[in-house]
Write a protein that binds this ligand. Structure first.
Ligand code: HEC
Length: 110
């Protein structure tokens, strides 16, 4: 019982982890159009130095990358980022948008 409570509560205070939580979101919803093969609007999400041009660490509401998804502008088409994953993205930016050095993202296979 105690263990069950702990498992249930853990996600509430666990910090967002880029590789585990955020990378799959960006790779699923963004990188196929904003990566090294296609860079729509000359914007890339697959590398830190590019992505950070549209991110203000600590301030999701000043981060075009987050706002474009929150408003439903991105990705184009009917399939949007589900609310709980959008919240993960928001928290990651609020917690400082840490991105391990030299980690490049790849489009998720569809
Ligand atoms: C199907 C291809 C596609 C996908 C997937 C996609 N985008 Fe885009 N993105 C575009 C296109 C096309 C534009 C230019 C749209 C326009 O100007 O009307 C754009 C523009 C943008 C811009 C504005 C660039 C600027 O000038 O600041 C941002 C930010 C952006 N996308 C972020 C994202 C994010 C974040 C994701 C994932 C959640 C994503 N996009 C997924 C095609 C895509």
């Amino acid at each position: 019982m105690r263990l069950a409570l702990f498992l249930f509560a853990a996600p509430l205070f666990a910090k967002v982890n880029f590789v585990r939580d955020v990378k799959p979101i960006l790779e699923t919803y963004c990188v196929r159009c904003h990566g090294d093969e296609r860079a729509m609007k000359h914007f890339r999400v697959d590398r830190k130095e590019w992505a950070m041009r549209r991110i203000t660490p600590g301030n999701p509401d000043d981060s075009t990358l987050y706002l474009s998804a929150k408003t439903g502008f991105m990705p184009p088409g009917p399939e949007k980022i589900p609310p709980e994953r959008l919240e993960t993205l928001r928290r990651w930016i609020a917690e400082g948008a840490r991105w391990p050095k030299n980690l490049q993202l790849r489009p998720a296979p569809r």
